[in-house]
Design a protein around this ligand. Sequence first.
Ligand SMILES: [Fe+2]
Ligand SMILES: [Fe+2]
Length: 463
Amino acid sequence: MSLIAVFSDLHGNTPALRAFLAEIDAVGPDLVVNLGDIASGGVDPRGTMALLATRPEILTVRGNHERQLTTLEREEMSAADQLAFDTLDGATLDRLGALPTSLEIAPGVLAFHGSPADDLCYLLETVDPAVPGGLRESTDEEVLTRLGTHARRYGVYLCGHTHLQRIRRLPDGALVVNPGSLGWPAFADSDPHPHRVEAGSPRARYALLRSTADGWEVSARSLEYDVEAAATLAEDHGRDDIAHALRTGRASSAGPSSRAALPLVAAEASAYLSADEVVRSDAPEVIALAHELRGDATDDVAFAKAAYTWVRDRVTHSVDAQDPRRTVSATEVLRHRTGVCFAKSHLLAALLRAGGVPAGLCYQRLGDGDGHVLHGLVAVHLDGRWHRIDARGNNAHVDARFTLYRERLAWVADPAAGEVDYPQVFVRPAPEVVAALRGSHDMLELCRTGLPTALDPGLAGRV
Ligand SMILES: [Fe+2]
Ligand SMILES: [Fe+2]
């Protein structure tokens, strides 16, 4: 064994993995080792696992995230694990959970994720509230204690988990190598004290080990990859914090800007493809626009995002534009390019249905002055489940996005203030909403005084 490539903490970053595989294909190592934290994150768990499946020769140990995916209840999982849990099939999850916790990948070379006995242990760094950033390099004594009974028995220890690239020589001459993170260069954590881990640049890190007559020689490597592709996927999953880390190599102090998705109640997805007199997915002009938006999209997710963005940004909200014209049906909204939240939802649902993607109508009850008003949004069926998206239109106070699995809506309902997230995905618009819109000639006047304040309770059990 003369040349070994080692990577760790990929965290579902398929673009980084693709660049790494291309690079090592050129280098031609005898062995490739993956130190765990493979799919969980905010980018692309399924694409990562599909790409790794083409490389069965890679030796892999289990990270804490692989353990968490198969031992925790979904509600106990972090958002990073929930995305992997929601998007990977059971057989893949089982395979990840069954990976070994450590491997002697070559004589005298031990590979593991955190420490040999603990996948959550920081080996070469120590969380210390007394230092700036909350993290310092570990002392030799600390490293040896964490290696436990494995100390002084190997010539090379390969670890990951902290995401920081380091090569360290211990007093007995042994090397400890953390290749850094291939796919998530920075994060902030609060356990056991607040600390930040930052590679400082967006490059993907790994390490190469070469055996020489004098022992192992290690080089810390980094490579450029399509960071923007990875960051955009993170944004599509509602993880602006991860997108920021990917683009900068710095941890975002903001944390996730999205929220866990509301569990929704819906009929069979196929019921949400038909046209009605409001959701006019059968109208030629709606079909034509859906076809145009479908043209540049590589898959249903890309098409749905294009349709969402078009309706959010190219159709004004009546109030934002101070445009009183009444629009109700998808065709009216498309013709006049304006509408209130309900009307814009009718167009978005129609476009999605016309493009073959099931879409339904959702509602929230939100505070408005001293009272409440109903608000309309859309649920779209992608990746085998429903996701709420809100194309109301952004302004100085609203920054809604197209996200899957986590929600980035225009507003968050606060139950303590009498606000409601209705969990139903309706096939047809709520009749009281259509009646209110049809009954008014001035959308600005309607928004001031005439909007429904709640859904008809009779609708609650139906979709
Ligand atoms: Fe990690
Ligand atoms: Fe980890």
